[in-house]
Write a protein that binds this ligand. Sequence first.
Ligand code: HEM
Length: 426
Amino acid sequence: MTTVEVIEECKLFYFAGQETTSVLLFWTMILLCLHPKWQVRAREEVLKGLANIEGDKWAKHRKIINPAFHVEKLKHMLPAFYVSCREMLSKWEEIVPKGTSFELDVWPDLQIMSSEGISRTSFGSSYEEGRTVFELQNEQAEYVIRIARSIHIPESRFLPTKMNRRMLKIEKEIQTTIRRIIDKRLRAIEGGETSKDDLLGILLESNMKEIELHCRKDFGMTISDVVDECKLFYFAGQETTSVLLVWTMILLCLHPEWHVRAREEVLHVFGKNKPDLEGLNHLKIVTMILYETLRLFPPLPSSGRRTEEEVKLGELNLPAGVQLIIPTILLHYDKEVWGEDAKEFKPERFSEGVSKAMKGQVSFIPFSWGPRVCIGQNFAMMEAKMAIAMILQKFSFELSPSYTHAPFAIVTIHPQYGAPLLMRKL
Ligand code: HEM
């Protein structure tokens, strides 16, 4: 074809394609207005398609992430938990004088400890950079809570206020730092280095395997997905674990007999030695105490779900798209399941395990239930056991007269005025 002929063809593509397509769209919209039933059916199909894409994406991610949380991997994570607990205890050992008790608000320290634990387990050698990310995420979360508590002005997040500009800057900084860590790690893996035993390394390795297995990139996660998962580990894992630990310590103060039993067990299993995975798996009393704490103070007191299609729930027929709140805390206090003493701290409920305690019903769901159950539950339980065991080896503690019991729910259940305890070195 000559150049002139090519130009003529291009013009034809435009006239033949543009006009016809817009006419088709125009009449489709008019006809959908005239036949609302078909408009509803079309929308349902599109939304269902989108929901499926979301669902598929989640299932794909979960398949890739699961290996990072495999029980086998826990023993590699243990040194990271240990170092973080050790740092907190060294600080307490310095502050608390010998032979007398000393008032200490343990809440901020438990938060720092679990934050350090998750930074180390997520990013391993890049932990310092990872910690910066998590500090930025904390700042971001504070702004989000501030916005949630203020009067909602539509689209106000686009205004160039000081806070909005800071939030934008934080988001960019988080993205760049995580991407830098990931790039460094990918280069190392490509250079023949085996993945590090941290969540990011295992995740990247698992992602590469999945892509290689199917010889297609879209079977894996994108770098942006990996960045989001790293951010999620922190949000999902840091706050929840520190909340579990703080209520466990408070409940042990309120129930000295369980405090004594827990220490006896820890000293029997480990003496004054460093806790190991096998020993932690043998802690029965401590596990019962942690479960009972999770029942009375579930770190996430409720969670949400949305119906994807019409469902029958008991007596209710729910259409698609309904937002549901699952009130974990109400289920945990239900007298029909747990008995008249449902509000009391009785770790013996869990003496024969979780299933027996639930009496065959799904009534204990601190980590949620079903396909979206918490991916980090073994990880969290191991970290909590390690921390409680190490604290009990070194310190006894009771409530300080300045302690005020005020559980306060902002996403998780906090002790509103902290947890001032009288700590005594053993
Ligand atoms: C005591 C500690 C923890 C508690 C009580 C807890 C509780 C939960 C709950 C209730 C959910 C479901 C939320 C929903 O369905 O809306 C969840 C999801 C999740 N948790 Fe945890 N969690 C804990 C620790 C952790 C840790 C340490 C990690 C990771 C290091 C983690 C990672 C996740 C992730 C990634 C999800 C989302 C799973 C998905 O949607 O497929 N969690 N957690």
